[in-house]
Design a protein around this ligand. Structure first.
Ligand SMILES: [Zn+2]
Length: 301
């Protein structure tokens, strides 16, 4: 399900599974944390299309400025398919009083409505649950309720769950909590795995069967990029290549090409060739941005 309606999985093309077209992270990053310029967004996504991109998954949630109607307009004008997220972000952004008052089931009902009917009165339907966040090394009380709600919405709708897990070892705790709610780890994407510089942790996640998302590609330093490549090769060598997902997590102004950043096309034009140069075969490299994210989104390997 995209912001313009259902799209066949054969038409997704190259998929970026963890991005943000519009976002408000001003409380952490001041002006750099505000992506709200629709014309600029169109130009950046046009460049993605030029680079060979087909689909972008936008994981911005209401706490950080989700704008379904604007996503639909940008998708229509650029031809990039956009899959929109739903659910709740990480703790400092959560309305704790609201979480205290709401049961996990009531929250799940709201998420299910976003998926089945659309967000508010826009008619735009979510196509993935996430990014469901845990801010720290552990899952907070409000976040636990958010994860249980995401799990129950997943069980009602079948949509994939994508998480924010930037600290060790919270991705494993997320999988354990979701398993308590009967979610198959193979339907979960653990996000920001490249933020944790521990290859053994990536392997521990992979052994659970989830997708491992290295989604800071191009938005960090050259060193970060080499490290991401090392983590990826480590998983491939251990036989977990089909569980690897790649994305940029564009979320700041200086990530955009217009402000000197990597933009949304970097992965295709720069990182995939780096992987091929490291000795991986072309078909496998291509699979990281086609077969893998397609299977992750649809649940059909
Ligand atoms: Zn993100």
């Amino acid at each position: 399900m995209t912001v313009t309606g259902p799209v066949s999985q054969d038409d997704l093309g190259v998929v970026l599974p963890h991005e943000h077209v519009f976002i408000d992270l001003v409380r952490e990053y001041r002006g750099n944390g505000l992506l709200n310029d629709e014309h600029l967004a169109c130009a950046e996504l046009a460049a993605l299309r030029e680079a060979g991109g087909g689909t972008l998954v936008d994981l911005t949630l209401d706490e950080i400025g989700r704008d379904p109607a604007a996503l639909r307009r940008v998708s229509e004008s650029t031809g990039i398919h956009i899959v929109m997220g739903c659910g709740h972000y990480r703790d400092p952004y959560l309305d704790r009083e609201w979480f205290d008052r709401m049961s996990a089931d009531a929250i799940a009902e709201e998420i299910t409505r976003d998926i089945a009917e659309g967000v508010r009165d826009t008619g735009v339907r979510a196509g993935i649950i996430g990014e469901i966040g845990a801010d720290r090394r552990y899952i907070s009380a409000a976040e636990e309720r958010s994860f249980r709600a995401a799990a129950r919405a997943h069980r009602r709708t079948g949509l994939t769950i994508s998480t924010h897990a930037a600290r060790w070892p919270v991705g494993l705790d997320q999988l354990a909590l979701l398993a308590e709610e009967d979610v198959d780890p193979r339907r979960v994407i653990v996000g920001h795995a490249d933020s944790v510089p521990i290859p053994e942790y990536h392997l521990a996640l992979a052994r659970q069967g989830c997708y491992i998302s290295f989604d800071g590609i191009g938005t960090g330093s050259r060193y970060d990029l080499d490290e991401a490549k090392r983590y990826l090769l480590n998983l491939v060598q251990a036989g977990f290549g089909a569980q690897i997902l790649l994305s940029h997590d564009v979320c700041l102004r200086d990530h955009l090409r217009a402000h000197g950043g990597c933009g949304y096309g970097f992965l295709i034009t720069e990182f995939l060739p780096m992987l091929a140069a490291a000795g991986l075969d072309e078909a496998q490299v291509r699979g990281f941005v086609t077969e893998n994210p397609r299977a992750a989104l649809t649940g059909q390997p």
